[in-house]
Ligand binder design. Structure first.
Ligand SMILES: *Cc1c(COP(=O)(O)O)cnc(C)c1O
Length: 407
């Protein structure tokens, strides 16, 4: 298992010929993963701090997770939502235990979870105004990212996401993140909900301040709006609490989750507080694949390991120490590094220039990580990463900064 596997492939040619060109992919073919490491087809090992974009909560091929999937695959994989399955019921219970009294709906991705939230906001608007089409506006944040579906794109005010796909859904407005007044100014009769990422991911790693979240809560209470939090990226332990918003103590009306939830197996979910969850009635929402026995088994394994290995505590402690180490890079390389943002294992190294060349140099140095908006290098280690792994990544980053400084 520790011997590098060399699997020469013609994958690059196959992609060139047959795969749609919707991504700017790194020139790298990955063939194997174990823990915090992945290997490419030349046998080279990388420290994987992309984690499949905040997905592989337990790293690669965690034994508990692999065993859960193996066992479930031999027992029952898919049944549809025409019938119950034990794993979905148990996973819903576990998520309610984390999020608070309410109910869960299962889907397959982050965008799909957010579609569910937007549909919930529409139903809330009807309950509030007494008729359809009168109260439907959702206030989101500038620099937000909520997914690539029409609802998700409409909630994502970024030219690079929306370009080419207009007209989008109507009924979205955008305030400045962490500027409560700018959100308050957008509330009117037609407003049904406020929808923000607790920590913005794609747009730059930017957390909502606790004060801002409390302000949104009050604003929502005052005007009978749903406070909907997109925890697709920052949830499931990534920020050192099960949901990132728990750091603030604020109560949400509805939550979207996905990425880390299945630890690499696709699953998404929404949670809503009881009185909002009841807005969905039989026939009003659905998903063929949502909450299969297999997806829920994978997710239960993730939750079990987070609990068993006290990963939330570790992410909190290690994440804070790591942020301190990265902040030293701001003083060491002030011309290149502006600041460090984020919390837990969701940190952003904010640079003074385009992050693309840095991410490429880090890859050459053996560290995989994605970019984000606002000149940010995004660091998303798996929740199982040890302080030693974080130190190792920091040294690779330091090496790249040093090289660029003298170049
Ligand atoms: C990734 C992401 C989404 C979209 O999730 P998909 O699974 O790619 O559809 C939505 N919201 C946030 C905050 C995300 O990070």
């Amino acid at each position: 298992m520790n011997q590098p596997t060399i699997v020469r492939t013609n994958t690059a040619e196959l992609y060139d010929a047959y795969v749609m060109k919707s991504y700017n992919r790194a020139p790298l073919t990955l063939v194997r993963g174990q823990g915090v490491s992945v290997w490419d087809d030349t046998g080279r090992e990388f420290l994987d701090f992309a984690s499949g974009v905040a997905v592989n909560a337990l790293g690669h091929c965690h034994p508990v997770w692999v065993e859960a999937i193996r066992r479930q695959a031999g027992e029952l994989i898919h049944t549809s939502n025409l019938y119950r399955n034990p794993n979905q019921g148990e996973l819903a219970r576990r998520l309610v235990q984390q999020a608070g009294p309410g109910r869960v709906f299962f889907c397959n991705s982050g965008a799909e979870a957010n579609e569910g939230l937007l549909k919930l906001a529409r139903l809330h608007g009807i309950r509030k105004s007494g008729e359809e089409g009168k109260c439907y506006k959702v206030i989101c944040a500038k620099m937000a990212f909520h997914g690539r579906t029409f609802g998700g794109m409409s909630a994502t005010p970024q030219e690079k996401v929306q370009k080419g796909f207009r007209p989008l859904l109507s009924g979205f407005a955008f305030g400045e993140l962490n500027n409560l007044q700018s959100f308050a100014d957008l509330v009117d009769e037609s407003t049904a909900a406020i929808f923000v990422e607790t920590i913005q991911g794609e747009g730059g790693v930017t957390p909502c301040t606790d004060e801002f979240l409390w302000g949104l809560r009050q604003l929502c209470d005052k005007h009978n709006l749903l406070l909907m939090l997109d925890e697709v990226q920052c949830g499931i332990g990534r920020a050192g609490t099960f949901f990132a918003f728990q750091h603030s103590g604020v109560r949400a009306d509805a939550i979207g989750m996905a990425k880390g939830l299945g630890g690499g197996y696709p699953i998404g979910a929404i949670w809503a507080a009881e009185k909002h969850a009841e807005l969905f009635t039989p026939g009003s929402h659905g998903s063929t694949f949502g909450g299969t026995p297999l997806a829920c088994a994978a997710s239960l394994a993730v939750l079990d390991v987070i609990e068993r290995d006290k990963l939330l505590q570790k992410v909190q402690t290690n994440g804070a120490a790591w942020k301190g180490l990265l902040e030293k890079l701001v003083t060491e390389f002030p011309k290149q590094v502006k600041t460090v943002t984020g919390r837990g294992y969701m940190l952003g190294l904010v640079l003074h220039s385009e992050p693309g060349p840095y991410v490429a140099a880090l890859r050459d140095g053996g560290l995989l990580c994605p970019v984000a908006g606002g000149n940010t290098v995004r660091l998303l280690p798996p929740l199982i990463a040890t302080m030693e792994n974080l130190n190792q990544a920091t040294e690779i980053i330091r090496g790249v900064l040093k090289k660029k400084e003298t170049a």
